[in-house]
Ligand binder design. Structure first.
Ligand SMILES: Cc1cc2nc3c(=O)[nH]c(=O)nc-3n(C[C@H](O)[C@H](O)[C@H](O)COP(=O)(O)O)c2cc1C
Length: 221
């Protein structure tokens, strides 16, 4: 698989088989992902991988907070903040496309909530990983984490694995700090659930389109 194939094949996956990925494979992916570029080679990223019994404990601890009525308290604002115009429209289209595939009416608040809650079940993935960087760093450094995240996901794709990048996994940082090995003083920006895709899962038929290059680029000479 070349880079073009990997970029085109990667999809956000929200239905996984329970089979764990061998730790040797995860380490091999990280061995390569660490070559991602960063501003002044600061390499601000840290990825805390949670699997097995710890993954179950974490899911339960997050749901204990949700069921107690706690609302999200991310350290970093979520990606949905401040959206306007065409960006807001795309966000809506993304949500509605997802609900339509899953047969959830856009007015069905309970159905939408059920889908949302799957985020903190890690969509059934056997592994959840949390990306963090020192909380004193500027938002410009978040670029580095984004590059690292995509590199990580493409390497998973190359190995026949699948992932769901999730801003939602930054929403309840308390239990993550208790159970995952996140460095003290780091802010959790997002997470990524990963494993083997369940190819029979309806949720994985969601397909998001993209704007043509005329809308996203300009050329001056
Ligand atoms: C930084 C980031 C945060 C995301 N957060 C979530 C999330 O919390 N839950 C979710 O289901 N998908 C999340 N996504 C997945 C996007 O919805 C998805 O990338 C987008 O719709 C394009 O679809 P595709 O990845 O299949 O091409 C996130 C993606 C990124 C890059």
């Amino acid at each position: 698989m070349n880079v073009t194939d990997a970029v085109r094949a990667r999809r956000t996956t929200r239905g996984f088989l329970p089979d764990p990925v061998p730790e040797a494979v995860i380490r091999e992916v990280l061995e390569v992902a660490r070559y991602a570029p960063s501003n002044s080679n600061t390499q601000p990223w840290h990825i805390a991988v949670v699997s097995g019994a710890a993954r179950e404990r974490l899911q339960n601890a997050i749901f204990a907070e949700i069921n107690a009525g706690k609302t999200p308290y991310p350290t970093w604002p979520s990606g949905g903040v401040g959206l306007k115009g065409e960006y807001k429209d795309r966000q809506r289209a993304c949500g509605f496309g997802y609900y339509a595939t899953m047969g959830v009416d856009r007015d069905d608040a309970e159905g939408r909530r059920e889908l949302l809650l799957k985020n903190w079940e890690f969509f059934g993935a056997p592994h959840a990983a949390f990306l963090s960087m020192p909380e004193t760093m500027h938002r410009a450094n978040a670029l580095d984490l984004g590059i690292f995240l995509q590199t990580f996901m493409l390497l998973l794709t190359e190995r026949g694995l699948a992932a769901c990048p999730q801003g939602a996994l930054g929403s309840y940082p308390g239990p993550v700090r208790e159970i995952a090995d996140v460095p003290a003083g780091n802010a959790i920006l997002c997470g990524v659930s990963f494993g083997y895709a369940d190819t029979a899962a309806k949720i994985n038929t969601v397909h998001m389109d993209r704007e043509p290059i005329e809308r996203i680029s300009s050329f001056t000479s």
